[in-house]
Design a protein around this ligand. Structure first.
Ligand code: AMP
Ligand code: GLY
Length: 417
């Protein structure tokens, strides 16, 4: 069969690679992909992710059997709906269901209604009211702009001054929709769940991302600077609690609301003193969580999609190894950065996935976005995997990239305690 992956980042690189190793798959296409994906897929760079009509024509013409949509934007823009009357099966929720990620308010309301544990919140749409609110609210407080912001519309204000500054930043006009959330203290972890209406199969291997730009969880929030799996210091019982209090209830809640969800639900969870709570839901795989989880996954990926589609029982198979992924990003990210700098040494790497590299006129790779690539290290434990991931980082030559030097530190610290 033929599979089409939508997207151009590292997550889509690993999705394409995983699909290419599925036994039922003959060919993998990726739209629009990037220049570093050609070893695992046929890259269709002349169709844009936003060209839904052209994507539909492509699906019909090439008799695609499965479409796997990587990023949130095409889901929220309704690509799944556009492809609904083709013969392809589409892994990724429709426009209505994708609001679970697209609207913080939608997600909060559904959690409130169905008693899914999350931070207390209120939505304030007027700037003056927000300014009054931050004078008296409990501090720390978290401010989240409604709608997609690629991890950048969230301000964790540790002081009242930071909260005031947050209001100034997020209310670009007098009327903006901003969710104000109780600050939750605890360790964050990510759970991916296959969902087909009431059928919900959470991965029994969790991952941990590193959201802040710099070592020691300092600096601004990013899309994610590195990830690892499994997370040995978060016990199985916590995962089971996450599943029974969050994963299954959200699938059931969507059904009760008459929303037809088919795809993946990413649970951004935090382990508080009161147990696991939801920080956010995403309507797709995490990036960079996908790169480490799918590297460790031993099961045939497309077979898993088929089983989810048919609501058949799933037993995920995992390799007996730990996986660490270190993101290399353009200096300046998540703010502004320069593109077009040489990135060399890729031929010496064992395992990596690329988010934003392109070939220049001399056929050399140059950076072309914020997060540029991720090196993958595997090993018997997180420490060994970490060493291997950084050994690969050392082989990359570029003046324009930076990375965190402590990916996996929480697992290593917990082990050495
Ligand atoms: P989000 O885009 O909602 O995932 O938020 C980005 C990051 O902000 C999260 O990964 C957390 O590190 C932090 N964050 C968001 N909401 C909260 C909260 N209620 N309490 C503490 N930290 C939060
Ligand atoms: N790594 C966080 C995300 O994909 O949203």
């Amino acid at each position: 069969m033929k599979v089409l992956v939508i997207g151009s980042g590292g997550r889509e690189h690993v999705l394409a690679q995983k699909c290419s190793t599925s036994k039922s798959v003959d060919e993998v296409f990726v739209i629009p992909g990037n220049d570093a994906m050609t070893k695992v897929a046929t890259v269709i760079s002349n169709i844009k992710e936003t060209d839904h009509a052209l994507i539909k024509d492509f699906v019909i013409e090439h008799e695609i059997e499965w479409v796997v949509i990587g990023p949130e934007q095409p889901l929220i823009d309704g690509l799944t709906d556009t492809l609904a009357d083709t013969n392809a099966k589409v892994f990724g929720p429709n426009k209505e269901a994708a609001q679970l990620e697209g609207s913080k308010e939608f997600a909060k309301k559904i959690m409130e209604k169905y008693n899914i544990p999350t931070a207390e919140y209120q939505t304030i749409t007027d700037k003056d009211e927000a300014l009054r609110y931050v004078e008296t609210c409990k501090i720390p407080i978290v401010l989240k702009k409604d709608g997609l912001a690629a991890g950048k519309g969230v301000i964790v204000a540790l002081t009242r001054d930071e909260a005031r500054a947050g209001v100034a930043e997020l209310y670009v006009t007098q009327k903006e929709k901003v969710v104000f959330e109780e600050f939750l203290d605890g360790e964050e972890y990510s759970v991916m769940t296959f969902v087909n209406q009431e059928y919900a199969i959470p991965f029994d291997c969790i991952a941990q991302d590193h959201k802040r730009a710099f070592d020691g969880d300092q600096g601004p929030n990013t899309g994610g600077m590195g990830a690892y799996c499994p997370v040995p210091h978060i016990p199985q019982a916590i995962l089971e609690e996450t599943n029974s209090k969050i994963a299954q209830p959200i699938a059931d809640a969507l059904v009760s609301e008459g929303i037809n969800y088919f795809g993946l639900i990413y649970i951004g969870a935090i382990l508080t003193e009161e147990g696991p709570k939801v920080i956010e839901f995403n309507a797709r795989f995490g990036d960079p969580e996908a790169q480490v989880l799918l590297t460790r996954l031993d099961s045939d990926f497309v077979e898993l999609l088929e089983k989810t589609y048919n609501k058949e029982p799933i037993q995920l198979e995992w390799k007996e190894e730990s996986v660490v992924g270190v993101v290399l990003a353009s200096k300046g990210y998540p703010g502004s950065y320069e593109k077009g700098a040489l990135v060399e040494g890729l031929e010496d790497l064992d395992q990596y996935f690329v988010s934003a590299l392109k070939l220049n006129e001399n056929n050399q790779f140059v950076n072309n976005g914020g997060r540029v690539m991720i090196t993958i290290g595997t090993g018997n434990d997180i420490e060994e995997a970490q060493q291997n991931a950084y050994a690969q980082v050392d082989k990359i030559k570029s003046e324009q990239l930076f990375y965190r030097t402590d990916i996996g530190h929480k697992a290593i610290k917990a082990k050495n305690k």
